[in-house]
Design a protein around this ligand. Structure first.
Ligand SMILES: [Zn+2]
Length: 524
């Protein structure tokens, strides 16, 4: 049924309090792990983002989109998505979170959790386990889930060079560490290296070195691997796995023998055995990946050495990640298109619902208003069912010249007249300090149910929604995602206002995709 794809909020009494946006977790796209850090938002199979910030969610999603444009990036994502921690027969497998009231199957889906930097952890990947007894799994072939702490606001400068590390490459690097944790192949120990210091620093014995001095030190193998130094030095073909990775794969593959024994002795089910076998078999076709591979594909400067932060001081610079439209996944993000089925459904059930359209949806080209597909469809839907259309002055409206403001109103009015084939006087509303004012006030006051369309970042629409909701009217809001730079409207307090609004019984925020039918709480 169509209405199942809308978020209704009668269920809120039974759902955990939303710390983030709309809608209770569904165990698939949004998982409640009963953790202070908030819900997990799925970005790819097995990969989740845990945050309260839409900006972080969009930033990381953008980096994933970038990664998918490269062969190496795709391979890294595939490996992290598909490899999962294994258990020994009749043993436990390492889980990222305790399965409190949730079944273990949901917890098993969580391979990697990406979190904003915290407690000094920045560009760090570490095991994410519920008990230290699983610590050994990180290097014995069984594997553990991993957490990545990532800073989307800053990026690190390569020492001695005026080059910032591309955040996409930085994320790829951390995901390779995560892959190593997941497959129980985290390289252990260090290896002695010799390299010319790009800047002054201090070695692990506390002895200072100067720029240009050849320094010998022990470098962690995990960094040699993730950075891909063997490839960078030209010691190894890009199509060949390193001996360290090969050894890790062998170790994991050997686990199958204990499972073969167990199935012979009927200690494990056939299903359990096949699951392990299938996952282990994926290793056969593993594509070599490293930061070096990724840098080559992205045409970026590749590091010729990994200098530990304990030896030299890194500087960082603000990133400029444009928050692209995140196509994928979760309900947390608003839609990129109009949900015509839901909007038509509301219109046909409630023939007197006016449609409020925020001017934030009107794009401009050379100073002239431009109606895109979303707006045209909305106007057609409204016209077809002869609904009133009221224009809401969006955030940017007041910054337009009087002429541009008039032109905006006339453009919509003309579009409506051409669709309706008769005269139509468009009315306008806006929010002043405490109430709605404008020529459209009467239409809004008389209505029992109102449909509002706006961009996901329009604060004027938010204020009007709050006002309408407080007046007890039924309100259906379809927020359309638009690509924008980080802005005030994406700040958590404003997101909280949307989520608080979503918790009202009389408000429906149109979700991104169909929700599972089992959720009986979803209704319009
Ligand atoms: Zn690293």
């Amino acid at each position: 049924m169509k209405i199942l794809s809308a978020i209704g909020l009668l269920c809120l009494a039974t759902c955990v309090q939303a710390s983030l946006y709309f809608g209770p977790p569904d165990g698939e796209n949004i998982i409640d792990v009963a953790d202070q850090g908030g819900y997990l938002f799925k970005v790819e199979k097995g990969i989740y983002i845990q945050t309260d910030s839409e900006e972080f969610l969009l930033g990381i999603s953008t980096l994933f989109e970038n990664l998918k444009h490269t062969r190496t990036g795709k391979a890294i994502i595939k490996q992290v998505s598909h490899y999962h921690p294994l258990s020994l027969p009749q043993g436990d497998r390492a889980l990222a979170f305790k399965s409190l009231g949730q079944n273990a199957a949901t917890m098993e889906k969580i391979h990697v959790v990406i979190r904003p930097s915290q407690s000094g952890k920045q560009f760090v990947t570490e095991p994410l386990i519920t008990s230290s007894r699983f610590m050994g799994h990180q290097s014995n072939g069984l594997g553990v889930p991993a957490a990545i702490y990532f800073d989307i606001e800053n990026t690190v400068m390569l020492p001695g060079l005026d080059v910032a590390i591309d955040p996409t490459i930085a994320l790829g690097h951390e995901l390779i560490h995560a892959r190593d944790y997941l497959t129980g192949g985290l390289p252990v120990g260090t290896q002695p290296v010799r390299h010319r210091a790009p800047i002054p620093g201090m070695n692990h014995q506390g002895e200072a070195f100067t720029e240009g001095e050849v320094v010998e030190f022990n470098l962690m193998r995990r960094e040699i691997e993730a950075t891909g130094l063997a490839y960078q030095k030209g010691n190894l073909s890009l199509k060949t796995l390193t001996t360290t990775r090969e050894a890790a794969i062998d170790r994991r593959q050997s686990i199958i023998s204990v499972w073969e024994q167990a199935i012979k002795e009927h200690r494990v089910s056939k299903a359990e055995y096949s699951r392990i076998k299938t996952n282990i078999q994926l290793l056969k076709s593993e594509m070599p990946v490293s930061e070096y591979h990724l840098s080559m594909e992205l045409g970026a400067h590749a590091r010729d050495m990994y200098w530990p932060g304990s030896m030299i001081s890194y500087t960082s610079t603000p990133t400029n990640i444009t928050l692209k439209q995140a196509k994928q996944s979760s309900y947390s993000l608003s839609r990129s298109s109009l949900n015509t089925s839901i909007i038509s459904d509301v219109l046909s059930r409630s023939p007197k619902s006016p449609m409020l359209i925020s001017t934030s949806l009107i794009e401009r080209k050379n100073g002239f208003p431009k109606l895109d597909k979303v707006l045209r469809t909305a106007l057609e839907l409204a016209a077809k069912s002869e609904q009133h259309v009221v224009l809401v002055k969006g955030d940017e409206f007041s910054s337009l010249s009087e002429f541009e403001q008039q032109l905006t109103i006339i453009t919509i009015e003309k579009a409506l007249v051409s669709i309706r084939k008769n005269q139509y006087a468009l009315t306008v509303i806006e929010m002043n300090a405490s109430e709605i004012i404008g020529t459209g006030l009467e239409i809004v006051t008389k209505a029992n149910q109102i449909i509002l369309l706006s961009t996901h970042h329009d604060l004027s629409s938010l204020a009007i929604s709050e006002y309408i909701s407080a007046g007890g009217k039924r309100l259906v809001v379809n927020r359309i995602s638009r690509s924008i730079l980080p802005s005030e409207s994406l700040l958590y307090p404003n997101r909280l206002r949307w989520s608080t609004l979503a918790e009202q019984d009389n408000v429906t925020l149109v979700a991104n995709s169909a929700l599972p039918k089992s959720k009986k709480c979803w209704s319009l």
